[in-house]
Design a protein around this ligand. Structure first.
Ligand code: PSU
Ligand code: MN
Length: 302
Protein backbone atom coordinates (compact mmCIF):
# COMPACT_ATOMS: atom_id res chain seq x y z
CA UNK A 1 0.00 0.00 0.00
CA UNK A 2 1.32 3.39 -1.00
CA UNK A 3 -0.39 5.09 1.95
CA UNK A 4 1.31 5.43 5.30
CA UNK A 5 -1.58 4.87 7.70
CA UNK A 6 -0.69 5.49 11.35
CA UNK A 7 -1.06 2.53 13.67
CA UNK A 8 -3.80 4.23 15.69
CA UNK A 9 -5.84 4.98 12.56
CA UNK A 10 -5.26 1.53 11.07
CA UNK A 11 -6.43 -0.20 14.27
CA UNK A 12 -9.54 1.98 14.49
CA UNK A 13 -10.48 1.35 10.84
CA UNK A 14 -9.98 -2.40 11.22
CA UNK A 15 -12.06 -2.48 14.41
CA UNK A 16 -14.73 -0.25 12.79
CA UNK A 17 -14.30 2.36 15.48
CA UNK A 18 -15.04 6.03 14.60
CA UNK A 19 -12.34 7.78 12.54
CA UNK A 20 -12.54 11.28 11.03
CA UNK A 21 -10.24 12.62 8.31
CA UNK A 22 -8.92 16.20 8.58
CA UNK A 23 -7.33 18.16 5.75
CA UNK A 24 -4.02 19.97 6.00
CA UNK A 25 -4.36 22.86 3.52
CA UNK A 26 -6.37 24.75 6.09
CA UNK A 27 -3.37 24.34 8.45
CA UNK A 28 -0.60 25.22 5.98
CA UNK A 29 -2.36 27.76 3.74
CA UNK A 30 -5.71 28.68 5.31
CA UNK A 31 -4.70 29.97 8.75
CA UNK A 32 -1.94 32.32 9.94
CA UNK A 33 1.03 31.08 12.00
CA UNK A 34 1.33 30.36 14.91
CA UNK A 35 -2.41 29.94 15.38
CA UNK A 36 -2.49 27.25 12.68
CA UNK A 37 -0.52 24.72 14.73
CA UNK A 38 -2.61 25.28 17.86
CA UNK A 39 -5.77 24.82 15.81
CA UNK A 40 -4.51 21.65 14.11
CA UNK A 41 -3.79 20.05 17.50
CA UNK A 42 -7.00 21.39 19.04
CA UNK A 43 -9.12 19.86 16.27
CA UNK A 44 -7.53 16.48 16.92
CA UNK A 45 -8.41 16.89 20.62
CA UNK A 46 -12.02 17.75 19.79
CA UNK A 47 -12.31 14.43 17.95
CA UNK A 48 -10.76 12.48 20.81
CA UNK A 49 -13.26 14.06 23.22
CA UNK A 50 -16.01 12.73 20.96
CA UNK A 51 -14.45 9.27 21.04
CA UNK A 52 -13.18 9.40 17.44
CA UNK A 53 -9.65 8.93 16.13
CA UNK A 54 -8.32 11.91 14.12
CA UNK A 55 -6.72 11.12 10.77
CA UNK A 56 -4.99 14.30 9.59
CA UNK A 57 -3.82 13.82 6.02
CA UNK A 58 -0.77 15.29 4.25
CA UNK A 59 2.06 14.28 1.92
CA UNK A 60 5.47 14.17 3.61
CA UNK A 61 8.62 13.61 1.54
CA UNK A 62 6.53 12.17 -1.27
CA UNK A 63 4.54 9.76 0.91
CA UNK A 64 0.82 10.28 1.56
CA UNK A 65 0.13 9.99 5.31
CA UNK A 66 -3.22 9.24 6.92
CA UNK A 67 -2.85 10.07 10.61
CA UNK A 68 0.05 12.30 11.69
CA UNK A 69 2.00 12.39 14.94
CA UNK A 70 2.63 15.72 16.65
CA UNK A 71 5.98 16.28 14.99
CA UNK A 72 4.45 15.66 11.56
CA UNK A 73 1.61 18.11 12.27
CA UNK A 74 4.31 20.64 13.23
CA UNK A 75 6.00 20.14 9.86
CA UNK A 76 2.76 20.85 8.01
CA UNK A 77 2.14 23.98 10.08
CA UNK A 78 5.65 25.44 10.02
CA UNK A 79 7.64 24.13 7.07
CA UNK A 80 8.41 26.88 4.58
CA UNK A 81 7.51 26.17 0.99
CA UNK A 82 5.09 23.35 1.76
CA UNK A 83 2.96 22.96 -1.34
CA UNK A 84 -0.80 22.99 -1.73
CA UNK A 85 -1.88 19.70 -3.29
CA UNK A 86 -5.18 19.01 -4.98
CA UNK A 87 -5.89 15.41 -5.98
CA UNK A 88 -4.35 15.90 -9.42
CA UNK A 89 -1.06 16.88 -7.77
CA UNK A 90 -0.71 13.73 -5.67
CA UNK A 91 1.19 11.54 -8.18
CA UNK A 92 3.43 14.48 -9.11
CA UNK A 93 4.28 15.22 -5.47
CA UNK A 94 4.86 11.53 -4.74
CA UNK A 95 7.20 11.04 -7.68
CA UNK A 96 9.08 14.25 -6.85
CA UNK A 97 9.40 13.26 -3.19
CA UNK A 98 8.12 16.64 -1.97
CA UNK A 99 5.90 17.57 0.95
CA UNK A 100 2.52 19.20 0.62
CA UNK A 101 -0.71 19.98 2.41
CA UNK A 102 -3.80 18.31 0.96
CA UNK A 103 -6.92 20.23 -0.07
CA UNK A 104 -10.43 18.85 0.28
CA UNK A 105 -10.09 16.99 -3.03
CA UNK A 106 -6.77 15.32 -2.21
CA UNK A 107 -7.79 14.61 1.39
CA UNK A 108 -11.10 13.04 0.36
CA UNK A 109 -9.36 10.83 -2.18
CA UNK A 110 -6.73 9.61 0.29
CA UNK A 111 -9.28 9.18 3.11
CA UNK A 112 -11.52 7.04 0.91
CA UNK A 113 -8.53 4.98 -0.20
CA UNK A 114 -7.67 4.32 3.45
CA UNK A 115 -11.29 3.40 4.28
CA UNK A 116 -12.16 6.53 6.28
CA UNK A 117 -15.80 7.46 5.65
CA UNK A 118 -16.17 10.83 7.40
CA UNK A 119 -14.22 14.01 6.76
CA UNK A 120 -14.47 17.46 8.35
CA UNK A 121 -13.29 20.82 7.04
CA UNK A 122 -14.21 24.51 7.15
CA UNK A 123 -15.70 25.40 3.79
CA UNK A 124 -15.47 23.57 0.48
CA UNK A 125 -13.94 25.06 -2.61
CA UNK A 126 -16.34 25.75 -5.46
CA UNK A 127 -17.13 28.01 -8.37
CA UNK A 128 -15.36 31.37 -8.12
CA UNK A 129 -17.24 34.62 -8.75
CA UNK A 130 -15.37 35.42 -11.96
CA UNK A 131 -15.91 31.92 -13.32
CA UNK A 132 -17.34 33.03 -16.65
CA UNK A 133 -14.00 34.55 -17.57
CA UNK A 134 -11.48 32.66 -15.39
CA UNK A 135 -13.07 29.17 -15.50
CA UNK A 136 -11.93 28.92 -11.87
CA UNK A 137 -13.84 26.09 -10.24
CA UNK A 138 -12.23 24.19 -7.36
CA UNK A 139 -11.24 20.60 -8.11
CA UNK A 140 -13.05 19.77 -4.84
CA UNK A 141 -16.37 19.53 -6.69
CA UNK A 142 -15.33 17.07 -9.40
CA UNK A 143 -13.59 14.80 -6.92
CA UNK A 144 -16.56 14.78 -4.52
CA UNK A 145 -18.77 13.74 -7.44
CA UNK A 146 -16.92 10.43 -7.63
CA UNK A 147 -15.87 9.69 -4.06
CA UNK A 148 -18.10 7.98 -1.50
CA UNK A 149 -17.35 10.07 1.55
CA UNK A 150 -19.32 12.20 3.97
CA UNK A 151 -17.97 15.74 4.25
CA UNK A 152 -19.02 17.95 7.12
CA UNK A 153 -18.47 21.62 6.24
CA UNK A 154 -19.99 25.06 6.77
CA UNK A 155 -21.10 25.11 3.15
CA UNK A 156 -18.72 26.49 0.55
CA UNK A 157 -16.45 29.45 1.12
CA UNK A 158 -18.37 32.72 0.93
CA UNK A 159 -15.68 34.18 -1.32
CA UNK A 160 -17.25 32.02 -4.07
CA UNK A 161 -20.29 32.27 -6.31
CA UNK A 162 -22.57 30.30 -3.99
CA UNK A 163 -25.61 29.77 -6.30
CA UNK A 164 -23.32 28.71 -9.18
CA UNK A 165 -21.59 26.26 -6.83
CA UNK A 166 -24.92 24.82 -5.66
CA UNK A 167 -25.92 24.39 -9.29
CA UNK A 168 -22.66 22.59 -10.09
CA UNK A 169 -23.20 20.25 -7.13
CA UNK A 170 -26.64 19.42 -8.50
CA UNK A 171 -25.28 18.82 -12.01
CA UNK A 172 -22.46 16.66 -10.67
CA UNK A 173 -24.87 14.62 -8.56
CA UNK A 174 -23.42 15.43 -5.16
CA UNK A 175 -25.93 15.11 -2.30
CA UNK A 176 -26.32 18.18 -0.06
CA UNK A 177 -28.20 18.38 3.23
CA UNK A 178 -28.43 21.16 5.79
CA UNK A 179 -27.72 20.05 9.35
CA UNK A 180 -30.50 21.39 11.56
CA UNK A 181 -31.36 23.98 8.93
CA UNK A 182 -33.20 24.50 5.64
CA UNK A 183 -30.71 27.21 4.62
CA UNK A 184 -27.36 26.58 2.96
CA UNK A 185 -24.71 27.90 5.37
CA UNK A 186 -22.32 30.65 4.22
CA UNK A 187 -18.98 29.61 5.77
CA UNK A 188 -18.28 32.78 7.86
CA UNK A 189 -22.04 33.38 7.89
CA UNK A 190 -24.77 31.08 9.25
CA UNK A 191 -26.90 31.56 6.14
CA UNK A 192 -25.63 32.03 2.60
CA UNK A 193 -29.03 33.36 1.54
CA UNK A 194 -29.86 30.19 -0.43
CA UNK A 195 -32.03 27.24 0.58
CA UNK A 196 -31.16 23.51 0.70
CA UNK A 197 -33.69 20.88 -0.26
CA UNK A 198 -32.80 18.28 2.37
CA UNK A 199 -32.41 18.62 6.07
CA UNK A 200 -30.91 16.23 8.63
CA UNK A 201 -31.25 16.87 12.33
CA UNK A 202 -29.10 14.31 14.11
CA UNK A 203 -25.87 12.33 13.65
CA UNK A 204 -28.01 9.17 13.60
CA UNK A 205 -29.97 10.50 10.62
CA UNK A 206 -26.73 11.22 8.77
CA UNK A 207 -25.50 7.69 9.55
CA UNK A 208 -28.79 6.34 8.18
CA UNK A 209 -28.17 8.17 4.88
CA UNK A 210 -24.65 6.72 4.76
CA UNK A 211 -26.07 3.23 5.24
CA UNK A 212 -28.64 3.80 2.49
CA UNK A 213 -25.96 5.03 0.14
CA UNK A 214 -23.84 1.94 0.83
CA UNK A 215 -26.90 -0.30 0.32
CA UNK A 216 -27.56 1.24 -3.09
CA UNK A 217 -24.04 0.34 -4.10
CA UNK A 218 -24.24 3.21 -6.56
CA UNK A 219 -21.06 4.65 -8.03
CA UNK A 220 -19.55 6.63 -5.21
CA UNK A 221 -20.38 10.25 -4.71
CA UNK A 222 -20.12 12.39 -1.62
CA UNK A 223 -22.71 13.44 0.91
CA UNK A 224 -22.22 17.04 1.99
CA UNK A 225 -23.47 17.76 5.49
CA UNK A 226 -23.70 21.54 5.59
CA UNK A 227 -23.42 22.64 9.21
CA UNK A 228 -23.87 26.37 9.92
CA UNK A 229 -21.64 28.34 12.24
CA UNK A 230 -23.81 29.38 15.23
CA UNK A 231 -25.34 32.81 14.61
CA UNK A 232 -23.67 34.34 17.66
CA UNK A 233 -20.26 33.29 16.32
CA UNK A 234 -20.71 34.33 12.69
CA UNK A 235 -18.92 37.26 11.07
CA UNK A 236 -21.04 40.41 11.02
CA UNK A 237 -22.77 40.15 7.60
CA UNK A 238 -22.30 43.87 6.79
CA UNK A 239 -18.57 43.73 7.62
CA UNK A 240 -18.31 40.52 5.57
CA UNK A 241 -19.91 42.12 2.52
CA UNK A 242 -17.75 45.22 2.70
CA UNK A 243 -14.38 43.55 3.26
CA UNK A 244 -15.06 40.76 0.78
CA UNK A 245 -15.73 43.31 -1.97
CA UNK A 246 -12.39 44.96 -1.14
CA UNK A 247 -10.62 41.59 -1.06
CA UNK A 248 -11.92 40.57 -4.49
CA UNK A 249 -10.77 43.90 -5.88
CA UNK A 250 -7.33 43.55 -4.27
CA UNK A 251 -6.98 40.01 -5.61
CA UNK A 252 -7.66 41.18 -9.13
CA UNK A 253 -5.29 44.11 -8.81
CA UNK A 254 -2.54 41.84 -7.49
CA UNK A 255 -3.02 39.56 -10.50
CA UNK A 256 -3.42 36.47 -8.29
CA UNK A 257 -4.90 33.43 -10.05
CA UNK A 258 -5.30 29.65 -9.74
CA UNK A 259 -4.33 28.05 -6.43
CA UNK A 260 -3.31 31.38 -4.98
CA UNK A 261 -6.80 32.91 -5.03
CA UNK A 262 -8.36 31.18 -2.02
CA UNK A 263 -5.40 31.71 0.39
CA UNK A 264 -5.13 35.36 -0.76
CA UNK A 265 -8.79 36.11 -0.06
CA UNK A 266 -8.89 34.27 3.29
CA UNK A 267 -5.75 36.10 4.43
CA UNK A 268 -7.10 39.47 3.28
CA UNK A 269 -10.27 38.91 5.31
CA UNK A 270 -8.31 38.01 8.45
CA UNK A 271 -6.15 41.14 8.18
CA UNK A 272 -9.00 43.53 7.41
CA UNK A 273 -11.57 42.34 9.94
CA UNK A 274 -9.24 42.57 12.92
CA UNK A 275 -9.25 38.79 13.18
CA UNK A 276 -13.06 38.54 13.31
CA UNK A 277 -13.10 36.40 10.15
CA UNK A 278 -10.54 34.10 11.76
CA UNK A 279 -12.75 33.65 14.84
CA UNK A 280 -15.76 32.84 12.65
CA UNK A 281 -13.70 30.45 10.51
CA UNK A 282 -12.42 28.65 13.62
CA UNK A 283 -15.88 28.45 15.17
CA UNK A 284 -17.16 26.88 11.94
CA UNK A 285 -14.32 24.37 11.71
CA UNK A 286 -14.59 23.37 15.38
CA UNK A 287 -18.33 22.81 15.07
CA UNK A 288 -17.84 20.75 11.92
CA UNK A 289 -15.14 18.59 13.47
CA UNK A 290 -17.27 17.92 16.55
CA UNK A 291 -20.28 16.98 14.43
CA UNK A 292 -18.11 14.75 12.23
CA UNK A 293 -16.95 12.90 15.35
CA UNK A 294 -20.56 12.32 16.35
CA UNK A 295 -21.52 11.16 12.86
CA UNK A 296 -18.59 8.73 12.77
CA UNK A 297 -19.67 7.41 16.17
CA UNK A 298 -23.28 7.00 15.03
CA UNK A 299 -22.10 5.18 11.90
CA UNK A 300 -19.81 2.89 13.90
CA UNK A 301 -22.59 2.14 16.40
CA UNK A 302 -24.71 0.40 13.77
N1 PSU B 1 -11.66 25.45 4.55
C1 PSU B 1 -11.13 26.43 5.33
N2 PSU B 1 -9.93 26.98 4.93
C2 PSU B 1 -9.24 26.53 3.81
C3 PSU B 1 -9.80 25.48 2.99
C4 PSU B 1 -11.01 24.98 3.44
O1 PSU B 1 -11.74 26.84 6.34
O2 PSU B 1 -8.15 27.02 3.51
C5 PSU B 1 -9.06 24.97 1.76
C6 PSU B 1 -9.50 23.54 1.43
O3 PSU B 1 -8.34 22.74 1.43
C7 PSU B 1 -10.11 23.61 0.05
C8 PSU B 1 -9.29 24.70 -0.56
O4 PSU B 1 -10.03 22.39 -0.64
O5 PSU B 1 -9.26 25.68 0.52
C9 PSU B 1 -9.91 25.21 -1.86
O6 PSU B 1 -8.90 25.80 -2.63
P1 PSU B 1 -9.15 26.03 -4.22
O7 PSU B 1 -10.22 27.08 -4.28
O8 PSU B 1 -7.81 26.52 -4.75
O9 PSU B 1 -9.54 24.71 -4.78
MN1 MN C 1 -9.47 27.64 -7.38
Amino acid sequence: MVLVVSEEVREAIDARRPVVALESTIIAHGLPRPRNLQVALELEDVLRQEGAVPATIAVLDGRPHVGLDKQQVERVANEDGIRKLGHRDLPLAMAAGVSGATTVSATAQLAALAGVEVFATGGLGGVHREWTTTQDESADLGLLARTAITVVCAGVKSILDVPATLQRLETLGVAVAGFGTDRFPGFYLSDSGFPVEWRLDSPEQVAEVMRARAALDAPGSALIVANPVPEEEQLDPALHARVLAEALQACEEAGVSGQGVTPFLLDYLVRHTDGASLSANLAAVRGNVRLAGRIAAARAGA
